[in-house]
Ligand binder design. Structure first.
Ligand code: ADP
Length: 497
């Protein structure tokens, strides 16, 4: 149990549940620190303080240890306030970086009024990264590992190398950069480097910061961190190919020896049908009655009448973005509506998908119902109340919803890509936990759904499939140990622990 004893880790990210969550990144940065703590590590998290850090369900207090300081952005200074709280049911320190100018507003990345990214996201996140490094330099005792997540922390290793290489507390720390989604790289004009305090001579064709004449935060993180990870073994391979490398496959191939695919775990404290307070009835692999009550409740709240026949309810919970396969759903819809099933969708995101889903629900009112919004409690009820969970993502670095689905006995139907390929074992009548389709086409999706409906018609076999899915273990423990191995590998040469 003491594998990580004494190791000090700080995570830098734009999201951490329960404070700020837009997608899976928030879940991971909320759960991984607690899993590492259970293994003996001492873990802290640094995120921006969106809105008012002192209000809401998880209020923080002004940090006594580091009361706040000025951050220089280009030639201008901007004050950073630091708020501190301890993550629920843990000893994980959470530091939130406040700024009246950049973070005293509701949205994380996007303006809720326009659903578009804030126009000053470059300044917001450069400020955040500089403030995060400044904070880490001030906290004592120093950290052994600085674990940066996604593009909003991508410049952190570069800022340390450029400005803190003589500060012992930072110079001896190992940096790890995790790619949660390679599609969001943080590409900005050259000016971003000047804001970050990185010398102009660092910017040249092919440099760690340069990407087609612009600055790329993700590229800098990949190129300059001691080790790089991404969130599933299959995605770690896929991103090294020109088809899926989103322009960074070459950089990733160069880091091949230091690139590790580690599947995300799930937080069974939050996602567990045996104890979930957000669902109307609880159930387990051995006592499934509660699931029927959840289904009835879900159908009612989505305004879909229960049918006389036993037909499966298919659920989707998703960001509404191009990645998530809604183009396939739209194309398959006329044929999908003729299948013996009902569909409920919970999602929010791009306007075109809001319009599209509204239109589909209006056209097939007894088959399809949608809820357009972000609603964590409803996400739990969809996981609990459905029979099948559809995840036709074009690509999927890891995916969490299919793991929640497995736990709730809601059999996933997925496109066989990235983490979906690593976690959903195709059902062959005896073994396996779900259904997957290899080609990203509407025809392939429909075939997989038809296979799933066919399997559903065999009540006894379906029960066995559900039980098998529910008893798979996706807890964070194994994944946290893999992260420890990466931290340790990075620390081989002369670290103090
Ligand atoms: P991504 O990070 O690409 O959005 P993941 O499957 O890794 O996809 O994680 C999505 C997370 O966000 C899950 O915890 C899911 O339940 C949650 N989520 C997505 N959309 C919604 C929504 N509209 N309401 C509530 N939760 C949502």
């Amino acid at each position: 149990m003491d594998d990580a004893k004494g190791l000090r880790i700080v995570m830098v990210a734009a999201e951490a549940a329960p404070y700020a969550k837009v997608g899976g990144l928030g879940d991971v940065v909320g759960a991984l620190p607690r899993a590492l703590e259970k293994l003996g590590a001492r873990v802290a998290v640094v995120i921006p303080a969106y809105g008012d850090a002192t209000a809401g369900a998880h209020p923080a207090a002004p940090c006594r240890e580091v009361p706040g300081f000025d951050v220089t952005l280009g030639g201008v200074t901007e004050p950073a306030g630091i708020f501190h709280a301890v993550m629920p049911e843990s000893g994980v320190d959470v530091y939130r970086v406040a700024s009246r100018r950049y973070f005293a507003r509701a949205g994380v990345y996007d303006d809720p009024a326009t659903r578009e990214g804030y126009p000053d996201n470059m300044e917001r996140f450069v400020f955040f990264m500089k403030a995060a490094v400044g904070l880490v330099a001030r906290l004592t005792p120093p950290f052994d590992v600085i674990h940066c997540h996604d593009s909003h922390a991508g410049l952190v290793p570069g800022v340390i190398l450029e400005n803190y290489d003589r500060v012992p507390a930072l110079a001896r720390a190992r940096t790890v950069f995790t790619i949660h989604n390679l599609a969001y790289q943080g590409v900005f004009p050259r000016e971003a480097l000047a804001l970050a305090g990185i010398a102009p001579r660092r910017f040249y064709p092919g440099s760690p910061f340069e990407f087609w004449g612009k600055v790329n935060f993700m590229k800098a993180g990949i190129a300059l961190a001691h080790a790089v990870t991404t969130v599933s073994p299959t995605y770690a391979e896929e991103v090294q190919t020109p088809e899926m490398g989103v322009g960074l496959d070459g950089v990733l191939r160069e880091r091949k020896a230091d690139l590790h695919g580690i599947i995300n775990g799930i937080d069974y404290g939050e996602w567990n049908p045996v104890s979930d307070p957000l669902i109307p009835a609880r159930f387990s692999a051995l006592r499934m009655e509660g699931k029927a009550a959840c289904k009835k409740d879900l159908l009612e709240s989505f305004g879909l009448g229960a049918t006389a026949k036993r037909i499966p309810l298919v659920g989707m919970v998703s960001r509404l973005a191009d990645q998530k396969g809604f183009d396939l759903v739209a194309e398959a819809m006329p044929r999908l509506a003729r299948l013996d099933m009902q569909l409920v969708v919970l999602g929010t995101g791009q306007q075109k998908y809001h319009d599209m889903l509204r239109d589909i629900a209006a056209r097939y009112p007894d088959r399809v119902a949608v809820h357009l919004g972000f609603d964590n409690a409803l996400a739990h009820r969809v996981e609990a109340g459905c029979d099948l969970f559809l995840m036709p993502s074009r690509y999927e670095p890891c995916g969490l919803n299919q793991l929640y689905s497995l736990r709730y006995g809601t059999i996933p139907v997925v496109h066989r890509t990235g983490g979906l390929a690593d976690t959903v074992v195709p059902y062959d009548g005896e073994r396996g936990t779900g259904f997957s389709f290899p080609d990203y086409t509407a025809d392939a999706l429909l075939r997989a759904l038809q296979d799933a409906l066919h399997a559903y018609s065999d009540v006894a076999a379906w029960k066995r499939l559900v039980r098998r899915a529910m008893t798979r273990n996706w807890s964070w423990d194994a994944s946290a140990r893999r992260y420890l191995a990466v931290y340790r590998k990075g620390c081989d040469e002369g670290a103090a622990w």
